[in-house]
Design a protein around this ligand. Structure first.
Ligand code: C2E
Ligand code: MG
Ligand code: MG
Length: 720
């Protein structure tokens, strides 16, 4: 209780003091005076000094005053006590004032210090909190930093890996800005393109490595990629520094910024040039003829199928032309396949030049070609196109020292007139071509129904001919050869006849060309030779040793390499020599391959045969050939003889041929003498020998023997 009261009292005193002296800064300043700080020793000394001075003064003066005023010692002693109490009271007040003020200041300072301490504690607390917060944040930051470091490290490694891959991979890596300007290419691309990164960076890709013809296409591709399309396995062609094309398989994608706007295009490209070349090669092997580069039969059928599909509804016409190279086999056989190949390339070259898209030229195989002519409205148009083509093909073709005139047999089938499907069109074009061949080649013809019928007949004929060979339905007729001056028979020409079981006699002109085409001539020719020679042997035995026998050989037989050997074998087989036997070769057969003919005829002559050049004047051969050819007789074609009475030019030719032959010591035989005046002219101009209906038609061996007997007295034949 007491304590509580004391606390209240002290608080009041404090309040009073503070009020008395002021607790604001101003009062404190007043208290502090001009001092900045309080010196406790000085202040204590100051109070002690004041106390000392006051005490001294009090003792000195109070004692003197008191001793002068009071004499009574008792009273004096009592006053001395009172004086002591007064002194204590005064000094108490003075000390209270002096110390109280300072104590207040001290308390104020303590309060201030406590307040400051509190503030400091609070600040410290706040600081502590902040520090904690900071520490947590720092911790978080550290974690984040660690993660970032790890990410950066990972990124660096990935970047390194990516760089490694980009720099070493055998794939073209290109990065462009969104406008197609090059930002980066990898070393592989540098090598592939022939441009360094520095040379190409910043330049527009399309302008630098895309050929002008591909630029539009490539810009389109960039546009697509830019618009967000990811191009997977996209193929395009670029051009390296040297202008070589490189085929690339691309995979491209776009990189975007945070706003989603395209910033870069990145593409990976694989060099597929070799693969493309291989594909091209395979495609070419499948669809193109390797030798000539023309489309092949497969491609041709594709063209046809497409055309038939497109034109199916409109029925718009197109023409299919089948072309067969005349006498190609002969060139191939004689000059070798190399020459044949050159010729085929030459033909293909002309076709490529002349047959322009959408028309098509193809090689069907061997010496056969085909042309598809589109957008035609009349046959005249087709003819015009073919005429122009033929005139280009007709130009002389030269190989080595040889000059050839190439001709073609062409058959035309027009869609839809001659067929509405591929098979029919092909068949009919082939039929038309075949009919051209039959008629003597070097021409073209449109398919017709009659051709078809003829073709069927033709096929029938081939079959019948085969049967005829098997059944030996042939026989030989003999036409006498006359010494014109004396009129005596000096020999006979064996001429084949076909005795058809139903049709009777079929003349050689109707089946020999066919047999030549089919190759059946080989067997027929052998049959003729064997039978004619056996007949000669019979006649020799009958005493007609001096009778000359002429046997016709076909051009096809002449082109058989082993012909001379085969005939030699045959002679051995029938045990006779060929003395007095003359082999007739047509001029056209010789002309197709003069050199080969010279060789074969030479061999035949070595065997002992005489050689006659048949149908002379039909093959446009020059008279100088007479000198070159190993032969003994010239048989002037019936055509000249026929015109003796009417054509002076023919007369002049006959005279020239005779003169030339005489000077070369060759015999001349005039074919087809039918009239006396023809005979007289020929005698007059010195023609040695002749054949013709004027003397006799070809007759059977029996009839011929009869004829010989009838003129027995003339049998002393002119020794030739
Ligand atoms: P070629 O060798 O020039 O034979 C002469 C042809 O003229 C024969 O026709 C003959 O009958 C005919 N002829 C003869 N004199 C006259 C005449 O005064 N007037 C007329 N208009 N014609 C006459 P053929 O027998 O029909 O033979 C035609 C051709 O067939 C022959 O012409 C020959 O090139 C060929 N030929 C005939 N037999 C054979 C043969 O066994 N083998 C070969 N490869 N061809 C043969
Ligand atoms: Mg003849
Ligand atoms: Mg003749």
């Amino acid at each position: 209780m007491m304590l509580k009261k004391l606390e209240v009292f002290t608080a009041k005193i404090n309040t009073v003091n503070i009020k008395a002296w002021g607790s604001d800064k101003k009062s404190i300043k007043k208290l502090m005076g001009s001092r900045d700080s309080v010196s406790p020793i000085f202040d204590a000394a100051k109070i002690a000094l004041i106390y000392g001075v006051l005490g001294g003064l009090w003792i000195s003066f109070s004692d003197r005053i008191l001793s002068s005023a009071i004499e009574d010692t008792q009273k004096y002693a009592m006053m001395q006590t009172y004086k002591g109490w007064i002194f204590v009271g005064i000094t108490m007040v003075i000390l209270f004032l002096l110390i109280g003020k300072r104590m207040c200041l001290f308390k104020y300072a303590l309060d201030m210090a406590a307040e400051e301490n509190m503030k400091l504690a609070e600040t410290n607390k706040k600081l502590g909190n902040a520090e904690e917060e900071l520490r947590v944040k720092m911790e978080k930051l550290r974690t984040k930093r660690q993660a970032l470091v790890e990410i950066i490290d990972m990124y660096r490694k990935e970047r390194q890996l990516a760089d490694n891959i980009i720099n070493n991979v055998a794939v073209l890596v290109a990065i462009w800005d969104k406008n197609g300007r090059v930002k980066r290419i990898n070393p592989y691309a540098e090598k592939l393109l022939g441009y360094t990164q520095d040379e190409i960076a910043g330049r527009n890709w399309v302008d630098v490595v895309v050929s002008s013809e591909d630029q539009e296409f490539m810009r389109g591709v960039f546009e697509k990629v830019r618009s967000g399309q990811t191009l997977k396995n996209h193929e395009s062609r670029i051009m390296d520094r040297n202008g070589n094309y490189v085929d690339i398989l691309w995979n491209s994608s776009v990189l975007h910024n945070n706003d989603g706007a395209p910033t870069e295009i990145i593409s990976l490209g694989t060099d597929i040039t070799q693969r493309k070349a291989l594909e091209k090669k395979l495609h070419s092997l499948a669809y193109y003829d390797e030798l000539t580069g023309l489309s092949n039969r497969v491609m041709f059928e594709n063209y046809m199928r497409d055309l038939l599909e497109i034109n199916g509804d409109s029925k718009e016409s197109f023409a299919l032309v089948y072309m067969d190279t005349d006498n190609f086999k002969h060139i191939n056989d004689t000059y070798g396949h190399f020459a044949g190949d050159i010729l085929l390339k030459h033909i293909a070259g002309v076709l490529k030049e002349q047959v322009v898209s959408p028309d098509r030229a193809v090689r069907l195989g061997g010496d056969e070609f085909a042309i598809i002519l589109t957008g035609i409205s009349s046959k005249v148009q087709i003819q015009a196109k073919l005429d122009s083509l033929v005139s280009s093909l007709r130009k002389p073709w030269i190989i080595g020292e040889h000059e050839f005139l190439i001709s073609f047999s062409m058959g035309i089938a027009v869609y839809p007139e001659h067929g509405e499907d591929m098979t029919t069109l092909l068949k009919n074009a082939d039929t038309a071509m075949f009919s051209v061949k039959e008629k003597g080649k070097d021409s073209y013809a449109f398919y017709s129904q009659q051709m078809q019928e003829k073709n069927l007949k033709h096929i029938d004929m081939i079959n019948q001919l085969r049967r005829a060979i098997e059944n030996e339905e042939f026989l030989l007729h003999y036409q006498p050869k006359i010494h014109l001056e004396s009129g005596r028979i000096i020999g006979a020409e064996a001429l084949i006849r076909w005795l058809h079981p139903e049709k009777g006699f079929i003349p050689p002109n109707e089946f020999i060309p066919l047999a030549e085409q089919t190759g059946q001539i080989k067997e027929i020719g052998a049959w003729v030779l064997k039978n004619a020679l056996e007949q000669k042997k019979v006649w020799n035995k009958m005493g007609y040793e001096n009778l000359k026998l002429s046997i016709n050989l076909s051009g096809r037989q002449l082109s058989e390499e082993s012909m001379a050997e085969d005939i030699g074998e045959l002679l051995k087989g029938i045990d006779m020599d060929c003395n007095g036997v003359e082999l007739e070769i047509t001029e056209t057969a010789v002309m197709t391959d003069l050199e080969a003919a010279v060789e074969t005829l030479g061999k035949l002559r070595e065997l002992g045969f005489r050689i006659a050049l048949d149908d002379f004047g039909t093959g446009y051969s020059s008279l100088t050939y007479l000198k070159k050819l190993p032969m003994d007789t010239v048989k002037m074609d019936r055509r000249f003889i026929k015109n003796i009475e009417s054509d002076d030019a023919d007369k002049a030719i006959i005279e020239a041929v005779i003169q030339m032959a005489n000077s070369l010591k060759k015999h001349v035989v005039a074919e087809g003498i039918e009239t006396i005046s023809q005979l007289e002219f020929l005698r007059k101009v010195g023609c040695g020998f002749g054949q013709g209906f004027l003397f006799s038609k070809p007759v059977t061996a029996r009839e011929f023997e009869g004829m010989m007997l009838r003129v027995e007295e003339n049998m002393k034949l002119v020794n030739m």
